[in-house]
Design a protein around this ligand. Sequence first.
Ligand code: HSE
Length: 447
Amino acid sequence: MAAGFGRQPCTPNLQVVAIQGNRVRIGVLGCGNVGAAFVQLVSRQTDSIEARTGVRLEVTRVAVRNVSREREVDLAPGVLVRDAHGVVDDPEVDVVVEVIGGIEPARELIATALGKGKPVVTANKELLANVGTELFAAADAAGVDLLFEAAVAGGIPLIRALRESLRGEPIRRVLGIVNGTTNFILTKMTEQGADYSAALSEAQRLGFAERDPTADVEGFDAGAKAAIIATISFGAKVVAGDVYHEGISGVGAADIAMATRLGYVVKLLAICEQDPLTREVAVRVHPAMVPKQHPLASVRESYNAVFVEGDAVGSLMFYGRGAGGLPTASAVLGDVIDAAVNLRQGTHGSLGTFTRAVIRPIDQTSSEYLLSLDVADRPGVLHAVTGVFAHNDVSIRAAEQEGLRDDARLVFITHQAKEASVQACVRELRDLDVVKRVGSLLRVIGA
Ligand code: HSE
């Protein structure tokens, strides 16, 4: 069904694409994994989509950098072109699909397409996490759709649920695993005892991780997705720069082993929260220990899962493939069908307007924490260490001690505490003579 929320008629006086018959012609910018899979899905499902929606989709242009490269898609002569701007301008293109990624020229191409009254479907999280609300406004002004289901959690229909089904829900928190690469690596570390670099190499060998894995393993990819989720969930503009992020490159085999022994699983979580009273928004991405009974703990390999906590609806969980050509192309295709149906009906879905979110910085957020310390094993040490927790107002929920010859390893799990207090505690512990090493500090979520 076409994007129905906030349905708006097309704005008069704008050049609106004239659809002939039931044919809707698609110009695709980019033909990598997702672009190629999208072209295959359209050709495989043209007839069934027409039977169900009355719209006959046809890919008329595909812009690529290298037209002579061998490709898995079968395209009619003249479809593959080099000039992306030409595709946007082409009168043979009614709807534009942008799967090239990055900020420019994607931003300019999308703005131009919208200005010409052409709906756009994009999978570009980086772009939307930076200038999404500006582009949503441009789409509204042009009276056409800008749809982006594929930008967050690949094939999982999360954005549509947030913007349509849950439109009446005050969303309190969205919490999830939104990066498949890091989930694959953490799964290998947990289940095979692999260290980080071995698990990363395996992910690269199997094609889950890029040769330069920085965007995934340092949390940039998940951070961009979190910014988009927060914007849509809270109706307030959140950009990538507002998101606190830590990746998984600092998570060691010892952290994973300790988490396992204590009944937890380490996951890279994206957490978007809004304070119901102050309306402040906190968005962060970091590794976290999740109790092994929590549904997110059983999300393995490259799968994604997102928990949405609403006021009336309670908790919902969305699960599926968050990456990969076909799952992501499936999300693109769903959006293209909605955009095509809306275009034929002269309508579009509107996200409304966004105010700038008031961001709560990370040091003002609260969590439970696990902290491990190697200390001298002699009288008074525990007293000195717990004193540091006490005067920083950090309450200890559980503690254990393990002997290490003349030293001892202390592991503490705190009650909910302010990040700033815990960081102050860590700084002070580092300065204590009896503390030999301050080990991992991991947040505990979902206890
Ligand atoms: N690289 C991402 C992931 C998929 O591993 O989940 C695209 O955002």
